[in-house]
Design a protein around this ligand. Sequence first.
Ligand code: WQD
Length: 333
Amino acid sequence: MNILVTGGLGFIGSHTCVELIANQHQVVIVDNLVNSKPEVLDRIEKLTGVRPRFYPVDVTDSCALEAVFATHPELDGVIHFAGLKAVGESVEKPIAYYYNNLVSTMVLVDACVTHRVNRIIFSSSATVYGDQPSPYREDMALMKTTNPYGETKAVSERILSDVAGANPTLAVTLLRYFNPVGAHPSGLLGEDPSGIPNNLMPYVSKVARGVLPILKIFGDDYPTPDGTGVRDYIHVVDLAKGHVKAVESDIQGVKVYNLGTGKGISVMEIVNAYAAVNGVEIPYEIAPRRPGDLASYYADAGKARDELGWVASLSLEDMVRDAYRFETSNSHL
Ligand code: WQD
């Protein structure tokens, strides 16, 4: 199939492009490079032997996006990754998050309807569930989210669902990610956030390499087995493969799937595994809880298994090994 990937040079987008091409799909990429680098396109080509068409376009720019759709009448579907995604930053910059994440979704789905591109797969998030007991199931009522980032994902889901209601030929797949981590085993693709990382795994990688002096663990007094926060960490390659399954599935109307492992892992377990697997020291100190953080959440991953035939298969050891390899293979980062 011919797939437009927005944010296709980003962390999850680039890994998904590699898996799409490996499964004989054709990929067109738009990315505004606000949180990615053009050299990622060279690395996708190096890994696959294919250089996707790339347009440095901001998805909120309806004229520029219209030109891409007009140039590619062959498009069968879209995967929408492009968006701002730092929970903490969204609390500080709500307007940037609401504008970018909501306008991009509306501009994109409007172009899909205009050009009869009848399949849109949306990069949603476990944060849409709000604060409720795990495991999270797709049929749960969504509670109020705890930050603007999560709210933009919940509202985008509603926008896409309503547009599908008005356009019965439009198939919408909402993929709710848990915590994507790790990197491509080649060391060529990985999580390379601009500036100081917000997320745990890239921060641990910088400490492991000595770029940052010490990890702050945000709270060890949560009601969890070791007191530190628990999340459902999923290898980014597993996540990418889940997108290929979604592209290839025969979906009508609106479908929602959790993409997680179904297993909760604590901050301390991540730190200990990272140190043990890679033979490195990870200096850390306990710091106050981070505003907006929940104690613990993880997925019920059964629906994606049963309906998409997808199950996460890579282990915690794979996640920390691949993350460290990417960090040390790209020391200029
Ligand atoms: C994980 C745990 C922190 C940094 C992420 C993404 C968000 C969305 C949901 C996909 C928490 C602790 C972190 C640090 C720490 N993903 N931590 N020290 O908050 O679960 O959100 O998943 O849509 O985009 O941000 O991930 O990696 O920031 O935190 O102790 O320096 O690590 O308290 O318990 P989070 P995270």
